[in-house]
Design a protein around this ligand. Structure first.
Ligand code: NAD
Ligand code: UDP
Length: 320
């Protein structure tokens, strides 16, 4: 039986990954500092004898014996990663060195979660893995973008210098149940605003685009990448369906019939990328992977999740 470490395992994507790995029969160690992760995301796994939770920060060294490591530890929402930018940089640099050092000692394969943000505000569209990107090294997003770029460099250099088994994926915007309702990302904001009849906050004129992948599809791709023996990456994982934020708001409104929410425009944050869409030819060819869940199906599942979260928090508030 394999022993698998998932850093950031109590977060949105990490909790789905832990769940899938346990279903498959693996032993899972979930390591998290609970900065953006929530115990609630993994509560249902706690009774499983093959699941172990470790509260730890990857910026501090740690020792474990494992066969594989999925490195997800890092805040993903711009609001969260800009809260303490220096800590974000440390997580993607010192933290990644600690993860790679551990993997080197126990000869574990590492899958590192990089991001479409390494392409910055891309000039090439859609983005292929051989595009080097367009990143402002001193802008408000740089703690995340540049951190993730250094992390890729660390991974690839450990691969070449120490002959380590590394897998790098570049994840494009991914959404679904268990995304923190307050984390400030666009899908959680729009759905929660719409469910509560609040104004839908479009940043800027709403013509900027993103491509949204449902979490189930993403986790499947992540595990396929880890478990194949040929490709180190980086490889793009995302859904090429591209939407403006105005189109996304309309899609969310459709999912919540009767909402009284209307659209409001607020200032666009600095350096907000204008367009983003993955070229997934590599993932299709090498992994045989492509997403299967379209935006309206994925949004319906996510709306359902937030609806039940809202009623749960209202019940809790009534009790207190
Ligand atoms: P998330 O914020 O829900 O999860 C990140 C998890 O890492 C949280 O549980 C957090 O507490 C934990 N963490 C953060 N810093 C840590 C540290 N120093 N030590 C230990 N734990 C730490 O975000 P997510 O959406 O689940 O993202 C998971 C990974 O995927 C991240 O590395 C992110 O950069 C990457 N990614 C996500 C997306 C997306 O759209 N969801 C897109 C691109 C890349
Ligand atoms: N956005 C928005 N309203 C919100 C939150 C975000 O219009 O309430 C926009 C944001 O400006 C960006 C896009 O939605 O253009 C995606 O933002 P998110 O923070 O989800 O992820 P990003 O891809 O920017 O890291």
């Amino acid at each position: 039986m394999r022993s698998i470490l998932v850093t950031g395992g109590a977060g949105f994507l990490g909790s789905h990954l832990c769940e899938r790995l346990l279903e498959r029969g693996d032993n899972v160690i979930c390591l998290d500092n609970f900065f953006t992760g929530r115990k609630q995301n993994i509560l249902h796994l706690m009774g499983n004898p093959r699941f172990e939770l470790m509260r730890h920060d990857i910026v501090q060294p740690f020792v474990l014996e494992v066969d594989q490591i999925y490195n997800l530890a890092c805040p993903a929402s711009p609001v969260a990663y800009q809260y303490n930018p220096i800590k974000t940089i440390k997580t993607s640099t010192v933290g990644v060195v600690n993860v790679l050092g551990l993997a080197k000692r126990c000869k574990a394969r590492v899958l590192h979660c990089s991001t479409s943000e390494v392409y910055g505000d891309p000039i090439v569209h859609p983005q292929r893995e051989d595009y080097w990107g367009h990143v402002n090294p001193i802008g408000p997003r740089s703690c995340y973008d540049e951190g993730k770029r250094v992390a890729e460099s660390l991974c690839i250099n450990y691969h070449f210098q120490h002959n380590m088994e590394i897998r790098i994926i570049r994840i494009f915007n991914t959404y679904g149940p268990r995304m923190d309702p307050n984390d400030g990302r666009v899908i959680s904001n729009f759905i929660n605003q719409t469910l509560q009849d609040e104004p839908i906050t479009i940043y800027g004129d709403g013509t900027q685009t993103r491509s949204f992948c449902y979490c189930e599809d993403l986790i499947r791709g992540m595990m396929l990448m880890m478990d194949q023996d040929e490709e180190t990456g980086p490889i793009n994982l995302g859904n090429p369906g591209e939407y403006t934020m105005l189109e996304l708001a309309q899609e969310v409104i459709k999912q919540v019939p009767g909402t009284k929410s209307t659209i409001t425009h607020v200032p666009l944050p600095k350096d907000d990328p204008k367009q983003r869409c993955p070229d997934i030819t590599k993932a299709k060819t090498i992994l045989g992977w492509s997403p299967t869940i379209n935006l309206s199906t994925g949004l319906a599942k996510t709306v359902e999740y937030y609806r039940s979260e809202l009623s749960r928090s209202r019940q809790l508030a009534d009790k207190n």
